[in-house]
Write a protein that binds this ligand. Structure first.
Ligand code: UDP
Length: 483
């Protein structure tokens, strides 16, 4: 049980300002007829929503896939003529411990094995109540409110009386809905999510019974190919960014460490990453195996390290495990602990293996600078890994595929919707088996032509199916269906 279930008081949600982004850019990556189809469906939805606001509400402005998608989803829709806004609810540490517990259970993971009893419910509802006070004043009767993930589900009944249309979007889940942990997680959320006018899930397999009373939409996540995270970047710029961050050694190369910010202004990477490594950073031409993820046990950084350690002759190949600086992600209380465990495991590695592994915390003070570092790292990688034990969708997979990288990822959750094994990436059948990961890495490091072919097919798959403009049109259809 979590102590201190008192009324928090004074928690005020915060609005994140999102500039509009030009939809016309997509003419570069889509064929003309498809581009026109998307653009006109966005126009129609904007017409129907005239005079109303669509509020997107989540619990963090940075870190993780949901925060990643919010800027583009809102920015492009604004360019299409709709009025969308982004609100971030605030919570207490106890609240985020409870919501992380629910998050883990919905992935069929025991997490911290803590209670979800009346005290936790009271704590959760108090924080929701506090946030609802201010939100209720903002939301008008015909507005639409899209609430994301368990951290906001408790707002649904509280906003009901405002008369707005309420959509709950769940980005996580697990296929076996009868798993007792999953059942527990849904039991906690059911009273809130039942009150939604519609729900959205990334995969049909994740939809629980408690959501079947209202329309359910299946909309897979997607990436913005023009954001600092995914925009084209020359190899020289990527190298300069990584050298500036301290992730590889120079020579500095011909270009400065620059990228294009979301508003079109030039951006520059100036901060260094906080890196654990033995001796010097790898030379810029060293082959890198890279995983970029939040410090979450379900991302299994430890397993990546164990698999990499089994690689056999490394021929200079290095592993980079990168994630956000742990002070930066408010709604993920387990981050510091997971990073500390990983650090301890790294220290216990035999010296010759430890020498080949670096653990990097990327600064998040400037989210766009952080994104440019991730972009450079994914582009520069020889192989990108996502060895998650469970995964709602796994945006990092789409991000690396878009960069034409060969990806080795666990066949779990939404990852299986992104990779066709052997065609546009490699799937690990047993995500807990380090030997399987080592074999998959060997198979790519020793066969660059195969790795290139997988990378090229990966980019095309993302282009045709996983770009944000597709999600925008699906969202537009959903909004229209609400009337
Ligand atoms: N990410 C980031 N900086 C980091 C680590 C991760 O921007 O230091 C991003 C990553 O690029 C991706 C998102 O966080 O866009 C993670 O989304 P994913 O769906 O893979 O997992 P989630 O964190 O939502 O479980």
């Amino acid at each position: 049980m979590i102590a201190n279930a008192r009324m928090p008081g004074g928690l005020r949600p915060v609005e994140v300002r999102v500039p509009s982004r030009p939809l016309a850019r997509f003419a570069e990556v889509l064929d003309p007829a498809e581009f026109e189809r998307c653009r006109s469906s966005l126009r129609e939805a904007a017409e129907q929503l005239r005079g109303r606001v669509v509020w997107h509400v989540n619990s963090t402005a940075r870190g993780g896939g949901v925060a990643e998608m919010m800027g583009p989803l809102i920015g492009y829709a604004r360019d299409g003529g709709a009025d969308l806004r982004w609100i971030v609810v605030q919570g207490t540490p106890g609240f985020f411990t409870v919501t992380k517990r629910i998050h883990n259970l919905l992935h069929a993971d025991p997490g911290d094995d803590g209670d979800l009893g009346p005290a936790e419910r009271a704590l959760y509802e108090n924080v929701m109540w506090d946030n609802a006070v201010e939100l209720s004043a903002l939301v008008r009767p015909r507005d639409v409110v899209v609430l994301h993930d368990p951290q906001t589900a408790g707002l649904i009944p509280l906003l009901r009386r405002r008369g707005a249309r309420l959509v709950w979007r769940c980005h996580i889940g697990f296929e076996d809905l009868r798993d007792p942990r999953v059942v527990r997680g849904w039991e906690f959320l059911a009273p809130y999510v039942r009150a939604a006018d519609a729900t959205v899930f990334s995969r049909a397999a994740y939809v629980p019974d408690c959501c079947s009373g209202a329309p359910v939409h299946i909309i897979a996540p997607s990436i913005d190919p023009f954001s600092p995270k995914n925009q084209d970047m020359t190899p020289a710029a990527a190298r300069a960014i990584l050298a500036r961050a301290g992730l590889v050694e120079g020579p500095p190369g011909d270009e400065p460490p620059v990228y294009v910010r979301e508003d079109g202004a030039p951006g520059r990477v100036d901060r260094g990453a906080d890196i654990l490594h033995v001796g010097r950073a790898p030379r810029w031409d060293t082959p890198l195996v890279v995983q970029v993820s939040r410090w979450d046990r379900l991302k299994d950084h430890l397993g990546v390290m164990q698999g990499f350690a089994r690689l056999g002759p490394m021929n200079g190949t290095r592993l980079v495990l990168a994630g956000p600086s742990v002070t930066g992600v408010a709604d993920d209380p387990e981050g510091p602990e997971v990073l500390a465990e990983l650090t301890a495991a790294w220290r216990a590695l035999p010296h010759e293996i430890r020498h080949h592994v670096q653990i990097a915390s990327l600064p998040v003070v400037d989210v766009q600078e952080n994104a440019a570092m991730v972009n450079a790292l994914q582009r520069h990688a020889t192989v990108v890994v996502q060895k998650s034990l469970k995964e709602g969708f796994g945006l990092t997979v789409a991000e690396a595929m878009w960069k034409g990288r060969p990806v080795v990822a666990s066949a779990v959750g939404g990852i299986v919707d992104q990779i066709d094994d052997g065609r546009d990436g490699v799937l690990l059948r047993d995500p807990t088996d380090p030997a399987e990961l080592a074999g998959a890495l060997r198979g790519l490091l020793d066969a660059p032509a195969r790795a290139d072919a997988l990378g090229a097919a990966a980019r095309e798959r993302v282009r045709s199916r996983m770009l944000i403009i597709r999600q925008l049109t699906e969202d537009a259809r959903l909004l229209e269906s609400l009337g």
